[in-house]
Design a protein around this ligand. Structure first.
Ligand SMILES: CC(C)(COP(=O)(O)OP(=O)(O)OC[C@H]1O[C@@H](n2cnc3c(N)ncnc32)[C@H](O)[C@@H]1OP(=O)(O)O)[C@@H](O)C(=O)NCCC(=O)NCCS
Length: 178
């Protein structure tokens, strides 16, 4: 991939991340995304100590981003997937899709999670072609976690399989990981 710079997302990147969160949530713009608590919760208070992410830039402009946040049971039951398994969001600008940037971002966030001894999960609409990308990278559907989404379709949870986490240190007792 030429002319693409991948860098970690930092606290000052909040507004950039919002652009890509709006895309990931299929909202028409950032204002619409911010108005939806179920979408806004992914970035409220960014960058919390455990939040991490990456931004892809071409010629100094952000063209894609991914970021991950661990939700907690009780406080965030609607989003919580598995402990020690943050949920990621990802978006690439429409004109830049299909060129491998999404995969590059996914590999970066997977490597970061693996280095932290964490799994990763995501929520994807059943009709989203991005499922193929996630499956190629080792994500699998979590059994029993298909839900009706806010637009009346089906969304499923996907998590990294144990095989793709081979380099991850064993989780502490009582922590199941992905
Ligand atoms: C999903 C997305 C981040 C992938 O980024 P990308 O740079 O296009 O991905 P890559 O070029 O690395 O990989 C191509 C794969 O991305 C997926 N993809 C391609 N175009 C897509 C699109 N318009 N929408 C969703 N996924 C798409 C497919 O899985 C494709 O693999 P395939 O060729 O086998 O079908 C990007 O397409 C996007 O922002 N889509 C809209 C928002 C979205 O769906 N976010 C994820 C929500 S879970």
């Amino acid at each position: 991939m030429v002319n693409i710079l991948l860098r970690p997302a930092v606290a000052n990147d909040l507004e950039i991340l919002w652009e890509f969160q709006a895309m990931a949530a299929y909202e028409p713009n950032v204002a619409a995304a911010k108005a939806l608590p179920i979408v806004a919760t992914y970035l409220d208070g960014w960058q919390r100590p455990d939040d991490f992410g990456f931004i892809a830039e071409r010629d100094g402009s952000a063209i894609g981003a991914t970021f991950a946040r661990q939700f907690t049971p009780g406080a965030n039951d609607a989003y919580y997937c598995v402990e020690r398994t943050p949920e990621l969001s990802i978006g690439v600008r429409p004109g830049a899709r299909g060129q491998g940037i999404g995969e590059m971002l996914m590999r970066a966030v997977i490597a970061e999670a693996t280095g932290r001894g964490l799994g990763l999960c995501l929520n994807v609409r059943s009709t989203n072609p991005a499922r193929r990308l996630y499956e190629r990278l080792g994500f699998h559907a979590v059994p029993g976690m298909t839900v009706t989404n806010r637009v009346g379709g089906l969304s499923l949870w996907m998590a990294l399989s144990a095989k793709s986490q081979q380099t991850t240190p064993p989780a502490p007792p009582g922590h199941g990981g992905a």
